[in-house]
Design a protein around this ligand. Structure first.
Ligand code: C5P
Length: 217
């Protein structure tokens, strides 16, 4: 089988959502469960890779032998990813990173009132783009895309802009997949073409994705 196929390879994976603080008790977040990223980490470890999992706030336990770094915000995930990537052979960016964070974080709990509360949001770092700029010959970079319209064209644009080797497209059109689900249905796009995969458990999808990564490592 492929048990020792990735022995000696160092692979970094980002997983889960990020939470962007509003005040000491509130945040801006999203529905990502982290299941897909944890399944990818498990599959890499099963094939013998040395795995670093950078996890946003999730209620999951990592598989045996996986080195886990817990973070909360995009800024923390960015710093961890940038400092780890240099020592890695590949990175898989599976996290649903917040694209915006509150411009200012209140020191104490914001009180309810009768007038509107306006939150100004600032764009966060794009971790994938930064790693795409840092990428050295021989390093591999894999991204994810979640699109609601013109999916393939948008995913292909991200592959180019972020300097990825391939991108995994999940569609919100597939019912019972994606966020919080145990199943996923994906399509892998490379510069050469696209492969569609059937709906499977996230562990099954992880096998397909890591199979493709192993081919190019
Ligand atoms: O541009 P978009 O957010 O759709 O790109 C998705 C890909 O970029 C995913 O691989 C995601 O993990 C990564 N990403 C990131 N940092 C961000 C936003 C997205 O690494 N701030």
């Amino acid at each position: 089988g492929n048990t020792g196929q990735l022995a000696g390879k160092r692979i970094m994976i980002t997983a889960g959502p990020t939470f962007e603080r509003i005040d000491p008790v509130r945040f801006v977040g999203n529905y990502s469960s982290g299941k897909m990223g944890f399944a990818l980490a498990g599959e890499c470890a099963r094939r013998g890779a040395d795995v670093t999992l950078i996890a946003g706030p999730v209620a999951l336990k990592e598989g045996r032998g996986i080195r886990r770094i817990d973070v909360e915000s995009c800024d923390q995930m960015y710093r961890a990813a940038v400092s780890e990537f240099g020592g890695c052979d590949a990175a898989i960016l599976c996290a649903a990173v917040a694209d915006f964070r509150p411009d200012s974080v209140a020191d104490s709990k914001i009180k309810r009132g009768d007038s509107d509360l306006v939150l100004r949001l600032k764009p966060t770092h794009d971790i994938a783009s930064e790693l795409g700029r840092m990428k050295k010959p021989g390093q591999r970079l894999v991204g994810f895309a979640l699109e609601t319209d013109d999916e393939q064209a948008h995913a292909m644009g991200k592959l180019e802009r972020k300097n990825l080797d391939f991108i995994v497209l999940n569609s919100l059109r597939n019912k019972g997949t994606c966020f919080r689900s145990d199943e996923n249905q994906v399509c892998i796009l490379t510069r050469e073409g696209m492969t569609e995969y059937p709906k499977k458990s996230k562990e099954g999808v992880a096998e397909d994705i890591i199979g493709r990564l192993a081919e190019i490592m």
